[in-house]
Design a protein around this ligand. Structure first.
Ligand code: COS
Length: 383
């Protein structure tokens, strides 16, 4: 880490200790959205950490963003998800938008506004191209109709990226992406989901009924929606790995705190227990490195689609296994609603932003791709 990255991580740690950890259990219990957090985060501009500096944001690189997200995951994965899902929506615009679209979409983030990425529909989860939402061009507007569900930040966002078919007969190839501002007529908001985990992260169903957006809100070209979605998810999935690593580390740290209390000073738990703790830390460190590796590839401009899927799969699998191990080591002391939050939060991370089975599909496609021609040997190159 550069000195600047160390300072950013330290600032994130301090923010998490003061503003996130003390409130996480209370919001988990109520299931209410943690609106206070947006206000608390405003002075630091952290909700604009992925906004390029030319648009007024902090312009943090992918690895620096991951360091911040790991800290937020350490504090509360639900609150971290609000930040990461907002960045997910923004990545779609930064990937496919023009200068005006980027400026408009990023503006709310400069004052801790959040965005939402609306791809999923009741019949289109893993099969992202199977949605029924449509966008029909009429003069200078597109008219959007259709349902969107399980939309993180959906009830609280200032701006949305919504996917809808401009040519439904073409299936995934007919999908397009649009910027939709909050509060347009016909934007019918459903109730928030009462979830098992990530309870204070806002998740809603909404319906678009003749919602009109200007043609200037189409991202890229008609029919490019699926590619935009896939590219964006590649960019965003390691962030879930980062949140998951943070969650797993916190769970292990809390487990160790408990064991230290249980075992008298200077007498450490038995060797079997020590081995369990070591295995948990090995798994966490492996997942952390996989995720940093992905961010480094991205920063170096190299392909990282497979590594992104690995970072997400590994991080979230480790979070699930560490939370379950901690419960085994602590016994009923961990079987409380407060400690159980780690496990409840970890579970959904294996599901959202592409289930871990979908990640395996992405990984397998890379593994099975025809081998690339080997680089010429030094001798052959010289000849
Ligand atoms: N980057 C850029 N383009 C990509 C891409 C990537 N990583 N992956 C696929 N594409 C493109 C393909 O090239 C293809 O375009 P062409 O037909 O022009 O070549 C198009 O996207 C469709 O790809 P593909 O044919 O591979 O689609 P499939 O229907 O087979 O499914 C999966 C792809 C399953 C990987 C996709 O549907 C998926 O990721 N599903 C999970 C969705 C998800 O994560 N949802 C979470 C909700 S959003 S938080």
């Amino acid at each position: 880490m550069t000195p600047e990255q160390q300072a950013i991580r330290q600032a994130a740690k301090e923010f998490v200790a003061k503003k996130i950890i003390p409130h996480a259990a209370e919001y988990d219990k109520s299931g209410e959205f943690h609106a206070y957090l947006l206000e608390a985060a405003k002075p630091s501009g952290i909700f604009a950490m992925a906004v390029p500096q030319e648009y007024g944001g902090l312009g943090y690189g992918p690895l620096t963003q991951a360091l911040v997200l790991e800290e937020w995951g350490y504090g509360c994965a639900a609150m971290g998800t609000t930040l990461s899902a907002s960045i997910l929506s923004m990545e779609a615009v930064l990937t496919a938008g023009n200068d005006d679209q980027k400026r408009r979409f990023c503006k709310p983030m400069l004052s801790a506004g959040i965005g939402a990425f609306a791809l999923t529909e009741p019949a289109a989860g893993s099969d992202a191209g199977a949605g029924v939402a449509t966008a029909v061009k009429s003069g200078g507007e597109y008219i959007l109709n259709g349902p969107k569900c399980w939309i993180t930040n959906g009830g609280e966002a200032a701006v949305y990226v919504v996917f809808a078919a401009t040519d439904p007969a073409q299936g995934a190839k007919g999908l397009s992406a649009f910027i939709v501002e909050r509060g347009l007529p016909g934007f019918i908001m459903g109730d928030r989901e009462e979830k098992l985990g990530l309870r204070s992260s806002n998740t809603v169903f909404f319906f678009l009924k003749d919602v009109r957006v200007p043609v200037a809100n189409l991202l890229g070209k008609e029919g490019e929606g699926m590619k935009i979605a896939m590219e964006t998810l590649d960019l965003a999935r390691p962030s879930i790995g980062a949140l998951a690593v943070g969650l797993a580390q916190r769970c292990l740290d809390e487990c160790v705190k408990h064991l230290r209390k249980r075992y008298p000073a200077k007498s450490y738990p038995g060797e079997t227990l020590q081995f369990d703790l070591a295995d948990m830390q090995i798994a966490i460190e492996g997942a952390r490195q996989a995720q940093h590796h992905t961010m480094s590839l991205r920063e170096a401009g190299k392909p990282f689609s497979m590594e992104s899927a690995i970072a997400k799969t590994l991080g979230t699998a480790v979070a699930m296994s560490v939370t379950s191990q901690a419960m085994r080591l602590m016994g009923s002391h961990a079987y409380t609603s407060e400690f159980g939050k780690f496990m409840r939060d970890a579970k959904v991370m294996q599901i959202y932003e592409g289930t871990n089975q979908i990640q395996r599909l992405v990984i397998a496609r890379s593994v099975l791709a025809p081998p690339k021609a080997p680089a010429p040997t030094m001798k052959a190159a010289a000849e």
